[in-house]
Design a binder for this molecule. Sequence first.
Ligand code: ADP
Ligand code: MG
Length: 145
Amino acid sequence: MAVERTLSIVKPDAVAKGATGAILSLIQEAGLEIIALKMIQLTEQQARGFYAVHKERPFYGDLVKFMTSGPVVVSALQGDNAIARYRKLMGATNPAEADDGTIRKAFATDIEKNAVHGSDAPETARIEISYFFNSGEIQAPVEAL
Ligand code: ADP
Ligand code: MG
């Protein structure tokens, strides 16, 4: 199985409710290695750029407003099949459809304020990790990939 990296964001709703530590614990208990980590306040420009793929969607403006409403905790995760494993741990986009034991089931408020982000494919993971971290901020040997 391929070693992958994926970008995680603990979104403003989950940071505000004090769930950052619990979410990072679930990530580690699932066997995903945290190889980069920081708390930041997204600018409107950063949030718009990060979610540019959704710019034609009706919820885009609200999503940008939400993502800039408070600090977020961004991390890069690494492990075998990390992208799909983290998406499974996150649960469905709409928390009403999320399975028990998932982060969104436990911590999301609604389909927008859904606690976490995770990359959806190797190429987007690469782009998203480099959106927030330079190579000196990632604590894992390049040979791991
Ligand atoms: P995911 O985060 O599960 O990959 P998407 O990439 O489809 O989901 O959407 C990105 C983010 O946009 C979601 O996590 C959520 O915060 C927001 N979003 C998605 N669909 C809706 C919707 N129908 N209404 C409001 N916000 C939404
Ligand atoms: Mg997505």
